[in-house]
Design a protein around this ligand. Structure first.
Ligand code: HAM
Length: 420
C-alpha cells in the first residue's frame, strides 16, 4: 500500500509509455496491422477480463501464466474473473460464442492489446505488457503453421529486426503424446531425487516441462531423454514433415530445438519461438506460438484446430530502440498561436481557423513572449502565429516560419491557404 504521506506512484511491474516513446510503439503497431492485413488477417478485440475458468482450462492450471502468474479477482457480483494473460483463449472463445465458426474457414484474426501476468518484473518482462497476437482458427493445414511464422518474421523485418533465430519443435498431439509422456516419466523417475522441487512436481503433473527447465541441476538428464520427434503418430509425423518442407520452400531458416515445449498447456504439434540472433539461450523470445488443436474443446466448444503466435511489443520496441532505429516523433503541433495579454478568445479563433488544415496549439500560459517562443521551438512547431491587440482588431497575425525566421502579416482568413 502506498504510504498516505507520499505521492502515489505506478503499480510495480507496469509502465507508462510516454508521448516520445509512443512514436516507436506506433511504428511497431502500424507495421503489425499492415502485415496482418497483407496476409488476410482481420482485427478482433476481446475483453481484458475473462472467466478465470476459461484461462485455467485453456492455458492449463499448471502453466505459469494460469497458476502462479494469473491476476485473478472476484467482482462485486461474486464472479471469479481474471485479467487475460494472453489472447488465444479469449479469441477461441469469441470464435465460437460469436459465430465465427460459420462461413469460410479458417478465420484469420489478429489482436493488439494489453496482457497481464504476475511475473517477477525485469527488463523485457512486465506485469502489464502488450502483444501483437495472430490466430488462424478452423483449419489443421500445416501450411498455416508456416504462414503464421511468416507473418511474425515479416512483421519483425518491417520494424528493422532482421537478424533473427527461429527455433522450432513439434510436441505431438492427443494421440501420440500420452505414450511419449509415459516414456519420459519412466526415463526421469530414477533421477527424481536429483531434480529441483519444481521438476519433481512436473514429473507427475506436466512432464513435458522437464525439457525446458533452466535450473542447472536438472540439465545433465536432458540429453538422454527420449525425443518426441522419435515418438510421433503418423498424422503428426506427416504434418511435421510438411511444415519443414514448406519452411524450406519459403527459404526460412530454422533451428530444431527438441527441448522447446512452451509454457502454455494448449499446444499440439508445431511450436516455435523467434529470438534476436545475438540472444543467448536465457533471453526472452520476441514472438512465440504454435498449434493448439485441443484448446476449443478444453473450453467446452467443439474440437477446432488453430495455430498462431504472439509477438511482444515491449521487447520489440526495446530492441528497435537499442538498435538505434530512429523514429522522428511528430511535433506536438505544427503551429503555435501566441497571443498578447487577454486575447484568449481571439487566439482560440485563430487556432480554430488554422486547424482546418494543420495541427495547432495555443499557448495560454502567463509568460513572456520570449518564453513562449522558446516553448514553441521546443515543441517542434514549424510556424508561430503572433497576435497583438492591434493585429487582432484588423483580424491579422504575424506568421513566423521557425526554420527560416521569416515573418509576415497574414489575414486570419488566408491562414489555411498559407499553412496548407
Ligand atoms: P507467450 O510465449 O506466453 O505466448 O507470449 C508471447 C510473447 O509475448 C513472448 O514471446 C514475449 O515476447 C511476450 N511476453 C510474454 N510475457 C511477457 C511479459 N511478462 N512481459 C513482456 N512481454 C511478454 C502466448 O501468449 C501465446 N498466446 C501465443 C500464441 C498465440 N500461441 C498461439 N497463438
Amino acid at each position: 500500500m502506498p504510504r498516505s504521506d507520499e505521492p502515489i506512484k505506478a503499480v510495480r511491474g507496469v509502465r507508462d509509455i510516454l508521448p516520445d516513446e509512443r512514436a516507436i510503439w506506433r511504428v511497431a503497431e502500424q507495421a503489425a496491422a499492415r502485415v496482418a492485413h497483407r496476409f488476410g488477417y482481420r482485427e478482433i478485440d476481446t475483453p481484458v477480463i475473462e472467466h478465470q475458468e476459461l484461462i485455467e482450462r485453456g492455458v492449463g492450471e499448471d502453466a505459469d501464466a494460469a497458476s502462479k502468474e494469473l491476476y485473478r479477482f472476484e467482482d462485486r457480483g461474486g464472479r471469479h474473473l481474471a485479467l487475460r494473460p494472453e489472447a488465444t483463449a479469449g479469441i477461441v472463445r469469441a470464435y465460437w460464442e460469436r459465430g465465427l465458426q460459420q462461413g469460410p474457414q479458417p478465420k484469420r484474426l489478429y489482436l493488439i492489446g494489453a496482457m497481464f501476468r504476475y511475473d517477477r518484473p525485469q527488463k523485457g518482462r512486465y506485469r502489464q505488457f502488450f502483444q501483437f497476437d495472430v490466430e488462424a482458427i478452423g483449419s489443421a493445414s500445416p501450411a498455416l503453421d508456416v504462414e503464421v511464422i511468416e507473418v511474425a518474421r515479416t512483421w519483425l523485418f518491417e520494424v528493422g529486426l532482421s537478424e533473427l533465430r527461429l527455433e522450432l519443435n513439434t510436441i505431438g498431439d492427443g494421440k501420440c503424446r500420452p505414450a511419449y509422456l509415459k516414456k519420459l516419466r519412466a526415463y526421469y523417475r530414477p533421477f527424481k531425487d536429483k531434480l529441483d522441487p519444481d521438476c519433481q512436481r512436473r514429473l507427475e503433473t506436466n512432464p513435458l516441462r522437464l525439457l525446458d527447465c533452466k535450473v542447472p541441476q536438472c540439465q545433465p538428464f536432458k540429453a538422454g531423454a527420449p525425443r518426441i520427434t522419435d515418438n510421433l503418430c503418423d498424422e503428426c509425423e506427416a504434418a511435421w514433415a510438411l511444415v519443414l518442407k514448406l519452411l524450406d520452400a519459403a527459404h526460412i531458416e530454422y533451428q530444431l530445438n527438441p527441448y522447446l515445449v512452451r509454457g502454455l498447456d494448449y499446444y499440439t504439434r508445431t511450436v516455435f519461438e523467434i529470438y534476436p540472433a545475438a540472444a543467448t539461450g536465457q533471453q526472452d523470445a520476441l514472438a512465440s506460438g504454435g498449434r493448439y488443436d485441443g484448446l476449443a474443446e478444453s473450453e467446452g466448444w467443439n474440437p477446432t484446430p488453430g495455430v498462431g503466435f504472439a509477438g511482444g511489443l515491449d521487447r520489440v520496441t526495446e530492441l528497435m530502440t537499442s538498435e538505434g532505429e530512429v523514429v522522428i516523433s511528430e511535433p506536438a503541433a505544427d503551429v503555435v498561436v501566441i497571443a498578447e495579454g487577454d486575447l484568449v478568445a481571439e487566439a482560440a479563433e485563430v487556432a480554430r481557423i488554422a486547424r482546418t488544415v494543420s495541427s495547432v496549439a495555443v499557448d495560454y500560459e502567463p509568460r513572456s513572449l520570449a518564453r513562449k517562443m522558446g516553448a514553441a521551438d521546443k515543441l517542434g512547431a514549424r510556424w508561430v502565429a503572433l497576435l497583438g491587440a492591434e493585429e487582432a482588431k484588423r483580424r491579422v497575425v504575424r506568421l513566423k516560419n521557425m526554420a527560416s525566421g521569416d515573418q509576415g502579416e497574414v489575414s486570419w482568413d488566408e491562414l489555411p491557404e498559407r499553412l496548407a
